[in-house]
Design a protein around this ligand. Structure first.
Ligand SMILES: *Cc1c(COP(=O)(O)O)cnc(C)c1O
Length: 366
């Protein structure tokens, strides 16, 4: 039996990709805003229904670029229940993360706890649409307005999602997306920034290209976060198949949901609000040992013995990373800690077989 990993990258047919990159041998343009980047950008403008887009080499650099381009300083209120990148970006940009607890219903930042964390040093709010669960953007917007704080959404998990027919990229001042191989949609490595105010376009474009200003001057301390033509080509190919991929993921998601929904001690996260278009990016389950009779770690080991490799996303919470020990005061986030200790992400990808989903569920429940 083959190994089953938590994710499996979407790839176009080999010939489709080869056809897509053929023209690169004519243009000799490998990177630095070539025609493939322009084409990919245009496709994303249509998808996000926004002209304010910047493609990047990955989601992490998109996030750092977002923080720097808004000139954010001081404390950033954020969620510790996320991938390392969110917190790492804040600290690498010279800011201090202030950890806010999460909501136990959708695991995104608990907006009711944000206000008490605001100080004169607060520079921004950086929530995460974790697992593609959309943050309470309406209430976060109210807080942002009241305190005049910019909001950057880490939307790395939310590509392709909509609420009331509106792209999730419309919320806050900036949203960043990741096109990493393990995400719902990939360009091998890649990411993008979608921003609200067109006046920051110039700053964003400078940061991702070493700070270059004109031909020989460098007017900000930038870096290299550009996307290559080969990555853009993969993005173009995979975008053609996005809807099909999401449809297949939905079938897998629903099979898991139907089988596991009744199990005592297992909490599922049903994203199926009628006004939301989901991307079915993850299938997290919360296992309460006392009720279910097995702990998260026991379930994980059991699956691994059967060559099935779920992941403890997101464990541990980022505030407990050894890199940060003693660096900044850490707020108590009991819900995030509890969820992190008991959550498990089950394998979910478009070509995961329904028989395998059933087998995985039988092992968990057995
Ligand atoms: C994947 C991810 C990132 C970083 O994206 P990369 O493209 O891998 O650099 C940032 N935030 C979250 C929540 C992620 O899952």
């Amino acid at each position: 039996m083959d190994n089953i990993f938590v994710s499996n990258p979407s790839l176009p047919l080999f010939d489709e990709y080869v056809e897509e990159i053929r023209s690169i041998w004519d243009t000799k343009k490998l990177t630095n805003s070539g025609p493939k980047l322009a084409e990919f950008s245009l496709l994303l403008e249509n998808l996000f229904r926004s002209k304010n887009i910047c493609l990047c080499c990955n989601g992490h650099m998109a996030l750092e670029t977002a923080i720097l381009s808004l000139g954010i300083k001081g404390e950033i209120i954020t969620s510790p229940f996320t991938f390392a990148s969110t917190t790492q970006a804040i600290i690498r940009c010279g800011c201090t993360p202030v950890f806010c607890d999460i909501s136990s219903t959708d695991l995104t930042i608990d907006y009711t706890k944000i206000e008490s964390l605001i100080t004169p040093n607060t520079g921004a709010i950086l929530p995460v649409h974790v697992y593609g669960n959309i943050c309470d953007f309406i209430n976060i917007q109210k807080i942002s307005k009241m305190y005049n704080l910019p909001v950057i959404y880490d939307a790395a998990h939310a590509f392709g999602e909509e609420i009331n027919g509106e792209s999730v990229s419309k919320f806050g001042d900036i949203s960043i997306f990741s096109f990493h191989a393990t995400k719902v949609f990939n360009s091998i490595e890649g990411g993008c920034i979608v921003y609200d105010n067109p006046s920051i376009k110039d700053r964003i474009n400078k940061f991702i290209n070493f700070g270059l200003n004109g031909q020989y001057d460098f007017s900000v301390v930038g870096f290299n976060a550009k996307m290559s033509e080969f990555h853009a080509s993969m993005g173009i190919c995979n975008l053609r198949h996005l809807n099909e991929e999401i449809e297949k993921r939905k079938i897998v998601f629903e099979e898991y949901f139907n089988i596991l929904a009744g199990a005592a001690g297992i909490t599922l996260y049903n994203l199926n609000a009628s006004n939301k278009k989901n991307n079915y990016s993850y299938f997290p389950i919360l296992i309460e040992n006392k009720i279910f009779g097995k702990s998260r770690d026991e379930v994980s080991t059991l699956l691994e013995k059967n060559q099935i490799y779920p992941r403890k996303y997101f464990y541990p919470i980022t505030s407990s990373f050894s890199a940060y020990r003693g660096l900044f005061p850490i707020q108590e986030t009991p819900v995030a800690s509890y969820v992190s200790e008991n959550i498990l992400c089950l394998p979910l990808y478009s070509n995961l077989q329904i028989e395998d989903v059933r087998r995985i569920c039988n092992i968990i429940l057995g």
